[in-house]
Ligand binder design. Structure first.
Ligand code: TXE
Length: 525
């Protein structure tokens, strides 16, 4: 029931299936490498026009695209749900609503965020010099997302790229190609120029062709293994890449936490989108004194969750995306069982449902040496381990190759912030879980194997531009002391630069003035 490539009279087709029912959602083209290269070339042509547009024009397009989305919100949410298996409600709350917010934010704020900035250059300013930074677009941005947030991730990145003056080619995941095409359609209906946002459908080969076609930036979301392949292939053309590679995110619950809230957050953080979020709660560390109470509350809440085909508005847990993904979950749960952990609830596929459903699973007695505590599960599992001290909690949380997000639960905010800063992760929440990808104003990205670079926020926007330094000498009347030819007077002046000017002190630099004047007179002879 995963994506299938079917050969059709010389033109391969990619068939997309609903993982909850097995029904075909639609068919798209397996775009060839030649066509991908053509799309990138076309994108580059359009870039030379788009880069000249005003921020007001770019904003008008993005705001119009928002209107298109709002006008068919339910239809889009149903398509997301059908291709990914996630509940219809979640498609709205976790994809459509956050990306609409990101769109209005960057439409309105990109101009201010990319305004030329003057830089303080210390004592050089006394010599009549000034410096400023101007931000130029990069060119063609290639976006290669995964299937877990097939709408919000590529659309959000595309909007940021466009607002910065770039053009975009998106290669959606082979599991969710129709949602990808929908993004292209939204921009077309909003009045985007032809070729501004192109979508090339296909599997990993199409993604590889996009990297090969040498866009000016690659924004990738997916596995560590594919991220490495892309970084390697991109290096051939010196294409820079932003990599978002998932996580093994820890949630630390101290004994003074509001346990009712912590339980609700853990259940949502571990099970929404069937656990297929890069920032899912994948490990819960709770203080041993409150472990039993918290576990009981978590299990009670888990029992009440309805699992089913995502279309139902009362469905909380949908299907998983693919057979391969569900097999990883089964493998990790079996390993937990075999290593002595206890399955409190779940621990199996949902036998009452036909599609790719795995029951939300709570596991206790987990330890960091178990496989499901080390490798990304990306499924509806919540393994719980205990700790005794703050130091131990931090050590357990940091004992991972990943570092995307983390959360700390305590009523003591000073402790919360202190612990947060010691966690090796790109985003750490105190008394919140998972949702900060939805705050487009904030940077998103990981430490360690969770990735390189950032999406979202000012830092994410900076990934999509090239800064240019403009340096001006407003009093260009005299030669610079460091010009050729050199001489004993020159060398003595350079010693003065090292000793006095480089101190950054105006009083020290004053000592250099007679020597400087001597040198300039020498140069002017
Ligand atoms: O990812 P892939 P998959 C993790 C999660 C999951 C695992 C595998 O643990 O089990 O990754 O998921 C395209 N050149 N995450 O198989 O293979 C591919 O077509 C260029 C974490 O979906 O990395 C798709 O569009 N592109 C994650 C995209 O890369 C290539 C979200 C992702 O595919 C390519 C999803 C190539 N050589 C899974 N090969 C997160 N960071 O949140 C494949 N692709």
């Amino acid at each position: 029931m995963s994506a299938v490539i079917e050969v059709k009279e010389g033109q391969d087709e990619l068939v997309s299936y609903d993982p909850a029912t097995g029904a075909e959602v639609g068919r798209v083209k397996q775009t060839s490498a030649k066509e991908v290269a053509e799309a990138v070339a076309r994108s580059r042509e359009v870039f030379h026009l788009w880069k000249k547009t005003s921020f007001a024009d770019r904003k008008a397009l993005v705001m119009k695209a928002r209107e298109v989305i709002l006008a068919e919100m339910d239809e889009i949410a149903h398509l997301i749900s059908a291709e990914s298996g996630k509940p219809f409600g979640e498609a709205i709350s976790m994809e459509i609503a956050p990306v609409l917010d990101l769109m209005q934010y960057f439409a309105r704020k990109a101009e201010k965020l990319l305004k030329p900035k003057s830089i303080s250059i210390g004592l050089y300013a006394l010599l009549g010099r000034s410096s400023k930074i101007v931000y130029h677009p990069l060119g063609v941005v290639g976006i290669i997302p995964a299937w877990n947030y097939p709408f919000s991730i590529p659309l959000g990145e595309a909007v940021m790229a466009l607002m910065a003056g770039n053009t975009v080619v998106i290669k959606p995941s082979e599991l969710t190609p129709l949602v990808g095409l929908k993004i292209g359609e939204i921009f077309a209906r909003a009045g985007a120029p032809d070729g501004l946002v192109q979508v090339v459908t296909g599997d990993g080969r199409t993604g590889a062709a996009l990297v090969e076609a040498a866009p000016d930036k690659i924004m990738f979301t997916g596995s560590v293994a594919t991220g490495k392949k892309i970084a390697e292939a991109a290096a051939k053309n010196l294409t820079s890449v932003v990599l978002e590679l998932g996580g093994k995110d820890p949630m630390i619950v101290f004994e003074d936490a509001n346990l009712e809230l912590a339980a609700g957050a853990a259940v949502w953080g571990a099970f929404c989108n069937s656990g297929q979020s890069c920032s899912s709660v994948e490990r819960l560390y709770v203080h041993e004194k409150v472990a039993d109470v918290l576990t009981r509350k978590i299990v009670e809440r888990t029992k009440a969750l309805k699992q089913g085909v995502g279309d139902g508005e009362d469905v909380s847990i949908g299907a998983m995306s693919s057979e391969r993904q569900i097999a990883i979950v089964e493998d990790h749960v079996e390993d937990f069982r075999a290593s002595g952990a206890r399955i409190e609830i779940g621990g199996t596929r949902n036998r009452d449902l036909e599609g790719l459903f795995y029951e939300p699973t709570v596991i206790t007695n987990a330890h960091n040496d178990m496989r499901g505590m080390r490798e990304e599960t990306f499924g509806p599992t919540l393994p719980i381990a205990t700790f005794r001290t703050e130091e131990e909690a931090i050590k357990l949380a940091n004992d991972s190759e990943f570092g995307l997000t983390a959360s700390v639960w305590t009523r003591d905010y000073a402790k919360g912030k202190r612990v947060a800063e010691k966690i090796e992760a790109g985003s750490v929440c105190v008394n919140e879980v998972l949702y900060t990808h939805g705050i487009g104003q904030t940077p998103w990205g990981g430490f360690k194997n969770s990735g390189r670079g950032r999406t979202h926020g000012r830092e994410g926007l900076m990934e999509l531009v090239q800064p240019q330094h403009i340096h001006v000498n407003r009093v260009a009347l005299l030669p610079d002391a460091w010009w050729l030819p050199y001489s004993p007077i020159a060398v003595q002046t350079f010693r003065g630069f090292a000793r006095y000017f480089a101190s950054g002190s105006i009083f020290q630099t004053a000592k250099l003035l007679p020597q400087l004047w001597k040198r300039i007179r020498e140069l002017m002879k």
